[in-house]
Unconditional design. Structure first.
Length: 183
């Protein structure tokens, strides 16, 4: 059995740890400017957004509540299944709250659309969406996000929380995985 390191499975690096931290700091300032006096409820969409969420919350100075939700349209594959499942809900009452949904990547947009519709039924004051990565899939019908870290080409990326079959989340950068690793 051939044992490789995760680093060997990366075809190219798109964003370094330094680029990531600089952009997250900028996003934190932008969100502070909008929500500084509103005590937002920050909701991390697990598991992919965990690294981004943690760094983003630390980059913000406003008072906030933080919670984790879990929803997925990927089930061990590289493409969305087309079906979204809510796996873990928030413990907070969202009525009248300013919600900031923090997602790892916008690809098909299904998960984010599902979550926005779900939380809209709970009467929040507002829902703002933040994605670390916004993938250019060329799909005109997908929702756009309010804030994003980086736009990326339509490639399968890993690292900084993003995975393939639960591997590679621990990489400190965003890289493109070699196709032979998942084909």
């Amino acid at each position: 059995m051939l044992i490789r390191t995760a680093k060997e499975d990366v075809e190219k690096i798109l964003f370094t740890p330094e680029q990531i931290q600089a952009r997250v700091a900028e996003l934190g300032k932008e969100l502070d400017a909008q929500f500084g006096d509103k005590h937002p409820l920050m909701l991390c969409v697990l598991r992919g957004a965990a690294f981004f969420f943690t760094d983003l919350c630390r980059a913000m100075e406003c008072h906030m509540d933080m919670d984790f939700i879990s929803a997925s349209s990927y089930f061990k594959g590289t493409k969305s299944s087309g079906t979204v499942r809510l796996l873990k809900d928030t413990v907070f009452d969202v009525e009248g709250r300013h919600i900031i949904l923090v997602e790892d990547i916008i690809d098909s947009g299904l998960t984010l659309m599902y979550l926005e519709k779900l939380f809209q039924t709970r009467n929040p004051a507002s829902i703002t969406t933040v994605a670390f990565l916004d993938k250019d899939t060329g799909k005109p019908d997908r929702n756009s996000v309010d804030y994003y870290g980086f736009k990326i080409p339509d490639e399968f990326v890993i690292g900084y929380g993003l995975d393939f079959a639960d591997y590679y989340r621990n990489l400190p950068y965003i890289g493109v995985i070699r196709p032979e690793c998942y084909e």
